[in-house]
Design a protein around this ligand. Structure first.
Ligand code: BG6
Length: 490
């Protein structure tokens, strides 16, 4: 089965941080895949921009290496790769001094083609780059800017950053990326909810007992000390990815798939999140930090041991019991958890329905489990609807809990595109549905800020957990206190 490719208009893609990790691992491979799929129209150009002094050919070498390392060999057509590299050029720019921006202007020329400025750089440079783009007259009506997270480290800094960017670009030109929204199964959540009559009548507190969202990783700190140790899991994963998933689970049906229709509904969810004030933060949140253990098949160091000074109070794990204070969800807990160096890389959303009101089956039939809908984001994307059936065979009436299982890999013989492929093409198309609006980002921080403050004020250090486990004991206690258990995503 092949998916339908709708070509986009020709565009100029200017990658600030063009020689960085994101460009190497994600952007160049994603752009290459979209060209190879036939989605580009001519003339489309890609301009790498960063501080290093490189020639166009040096940059093409960098891109060739990036693509051959990050795209499977069997997916690369050599002719397509050569053609892709011919689109590339490079300009050395310095965001602080402004050196090179005149050259960038010359390289772009005065075309009115769609112009994408992609900020694959530290957020501290966003403001300077925007100012320089404006100064050099590079921001026209067909320009758009893509911002990578983090957008701030709290509400005040997010506002300041949004203000800076808003001086140069209109909101309709600003694409705040959350790559989780580009994942296939995340978009499938909307298809599942709003493309079927089956679930929506049950999607509320009358029928749903609770919701679990787990984003578990096996990786640790990687090479990101300077960013991660100042951020921690709450800022790195919950403020953005997990809250976005929660919004898609909890929002009302938007009037259409228009960007603002969808984002208005997500915003209402964020605004309905019950605040976690300092007096209840210790009861409703758990923070952890991994200690030495075994992960992904080998012995690994503890988080603090990976740091130069050997100490840190940054959390690498968070679990939260959240509540959405509105008519649909009042009384339904949303248990959220994410962590590094956990047992497995697995992200999923579990919708746990209420049990049947009364069982007509005797004790011999076995336990009647409540239905669960498990939406698996990665790996092995798919949806499992757990139901009760009669155990086959001539014996008595015994019941069995089984999944109606739809694994996407098995059901559709298509390559699962990386989230960036979808998102980068949406930027070119000018479709903001899968990008965060300013008010959404700020509403998410408004809910996160008191949790950060409570942790800081309490001075309580994160609970240790052994690398390769499902996190600290406090996380188990958080849910078991309510008579529930975490779904095992392994
Ligand atoms: C990033 C975080 O946004 O998402 C990383 O900064 C995290 O810490 C990553 O590892 C996870 O993304 P994915 O797509 O691998 O689940």
């Amino acid at each position: 089965m092949t998916s339908q490719i709708i070509p986009v208009e020709p565009f100029d893609f200017i990658a600030f941080g063009g020689t960085g990790d994101l460009a190497e691992r994600k952007l160049l491979p994603a752009l290459f895949q979209r060209q190879q799929a036939g989605q580009f129209s001519e003339p489309t150009r890609i301009i790498g921009a960063s501080r290093s002094k490189l020639s166009d050919d040096d940059y093409r070498d960098f891109a060739r290496k990036a693509i051959t390392e990050h795209v499977k060999a069997e997916e690369i057509d050599d002719g397509e790769l050569d053609a892709f590299l011919q689109r590339l050029s490079y300009v050395a720019v310095d965001a602080r001094s402004g050196d090179g921006f005149a050259d960038l202007g010359k390289a772009i020329g005065d075309s009115t083609r769609i112009r994408v400025f992609y900020m694959a750089v530290a957020p501290s440079l966003f403001g300077d780059i925007c100012a320089k783009l404006k100064e050099h007259g590079l921001v026209n009506d067909s320009a758009r800017i893509v911002l990578e997270k983090p957008i701030g480290r709290d509400l005040a800094s997010a506002r300041a950053l949004n203000d800076q960017i808003g001086k140069v670009f209109d909101e309709h030109q600003i694409f705040r990326i959350d790559h989780y929204l580009g994942k296939e199964t995340v978009q499938n959540l909307m298809a599942l909810r709003f493309g079927n009559a089956l679930y929506e009548p049950l999607w509320n507190s009358a029928h749903i007992d609770h919701v679990q969202i787990t984003v578990a990783e096996t990786v640790g700190l990687e090479d990101r000390v300077s960013y991660y140790d100042k951020a921690g899991a709450l800022r790195d994963m919950v403020q953005n990815h997990i809250l976005q998933l929660l919004c898609l689970v909890a929002m009302e049906a938007p009037a259409s798939m228009d960007a603002d229709a969808v984002r208005d509904e997500k915003l209402k969810v964020l605004r309905s999140l019950a605040p976690i004030d300092p007096d209840i933060a210790t009861k409703l949140t758990v923070r952890g930090q991994y200690r030495a253990g075994a992960s992904a098949g080998g012995a690994v160091k503890g988080y603090a041991e990976e740091l130069a000074n050997g100490e840190s109070t940054t959390e690498t794990f968070v679990a939260i019991k959240a509540e959405i204070a509105n008519w649909r969800w009042a009384g339904v807990p949303f248990y959220l958890r994410t962590g590094k160096r956990l047992t497995a890389r697995a992200s999923e959303i579990v919708i746990a329905f209420k049990p049947i009101p009364h069982s007509i089956f005797g004790a011999g039939a076995g336990r009647v489990h409540a239905n669960q809908l498990v939406i698996r984001l990665q790996p092995d994307e798919g949806v499992k609807q757990w139901i009760m059936i009669k155990d086959p065979g001539p014996g008595g009436m015994r019941l069995r809990h089984v999944p109606l299982d739809m694994s996407f890999a098995e059901a559709f013989n298509v390559r699962n595109p990386d989230a960036y492929e979808r998102l980068v093409m949406d930027v070119v198309r000018g479709n903001q549905t899968l990008f965060m609006r300013r008010d959404e980002v700020e509403a998410a921080w408004r809910w996160i800020d008191p949790i950060l403050a409570a942790w800081e004020d309490s001075g309580v250090e994160p609970q240790g957990y052994t690398a390769g486990t499902w996190g600290p004991s406090g996380s188990v206690a958080l849910i078991e206190r309510d008579g529930r258990t975490w779904h095992d995503p392994a």
